[in-house]
Design a protein around this ligand. Structure first.
Ligand SMILES: [Zn+2]
Length: 269
């Protein structure tokens, strides 16, 4: 069994404020440890469930050389490989080779979610809303669509309770979720102690991987229309002449293609 662990930093227990997620900031090193240990819990759960190959892909843009590079290599469980990418959604080789299941660890809710700890979509500064064929989605939707492109279902999502609710709404109630904190503001939360949260994630991963067909791979539909509302006019200025991309208003673009992946990569990279 091949398992893909896709992860972000904002949904980890003990990480509540934006300053904890920025590479080089005083509390970032602690966040990396908390993050790596939640990943380790998922790796242990996957291994206990019988995984023979486990690849971890960090999707947190921490800035500079920390971009998609927040895990602490020497603390990682031996059973996994980990990917460091230059651009988000760049690494697809493992999915292309055929993966049985994906586990999403440390997710946050989409931009505009009340009580979603550090809620944002892709970029807090530049992006406001994102739709796949008319469905409002966040980063769980993006990562799920990436996995779904190669037929890989998402079986577990961990993060704050807002991220878990969002994931269930998109992927269905058979999804295993593990809420490690409850937000009551964008930078306020009641956290479950990390040691206990890790036990919950390990158990959740094992349980999720016990039924590989519990959740269908997520496919936004074909043909696919991706609509992005930005917070300012800069990205639409740059993207307006791209093939397949239409600027539909001052701050909004639509990217159209036969598949989600084609619609995504023709404007995102
Ligand atoms: Zn992040």
């Amino acid at each position: 069994m091949k398992v893909f662990i896709v992860s972000d930093l904002e949904g980890v227990s003990g990480i509540t404020k934006e300053g904890q997620t920025e590479g080089g900031a005083p509390m970032y090193e602690e966040s990396r440890r908390l993050y790596t240990e939640e990943i380790n819990a998922a790796v242990r759960g996957a291994k206990a469930a019988g995984a023979s190959e486990i690849v971890v892909m960090d999707c947190h843009g921490a800035g500079k050389e920390w971009d998609f590079n927040s895990l602490i290599p020497e603390l990682l469980e031996e059973a996994c490989d980990f990917v460091v990418q230059d651009e988000w959604t760049e690494y697809t080789a493992f999915l292309e080779s055929g993966v049985d299941a994906a586990l999403f660890v440390g997710m946050h809710a989409m931009a505009g979610t009340r009580h979603g700890v550090m809620n944002h979509t892709v970029s807090g500064q530049a992006w406001q809303n994102l739709w796949f064929n008319g469905v409002l989605v966040g980063e769980t939707g993006i990562n799920a669509a990436l996995c779904g492109t190669w037929g890989c279902p998402v079986l577990m999502v961990t993060g704050d309770d807002a991220a878990c609710d969002e994931a269930c709404e998109l992927l269905g109630q058979s999804l295993v979720t593990v809420a490690v904190k409850r937000g009551f503001g964008a930078q306020s939360a009641r956290n479950i102690a990390p040691l206990r949260a890790r036990g919950m994630i390990e158990e959740g991963a094992r349980r999720a991987l016990a039924s590989l067909s519990a959740v269908d791979p997520y496919l936004p539909g074909s043909p696919c229309e991706i609509q992005v509302e930005y917070k300012n006019t800069r990205a639409p200025d740059v993207l307006r002449h791209r093939q397949g991309v239409e600027r539909v208003s001052d701050r909004m673009i639509v990217s159209r293609a036969e598949t989600w992946w084609d619609a995504w990569r023709q404007f995102f990279f």
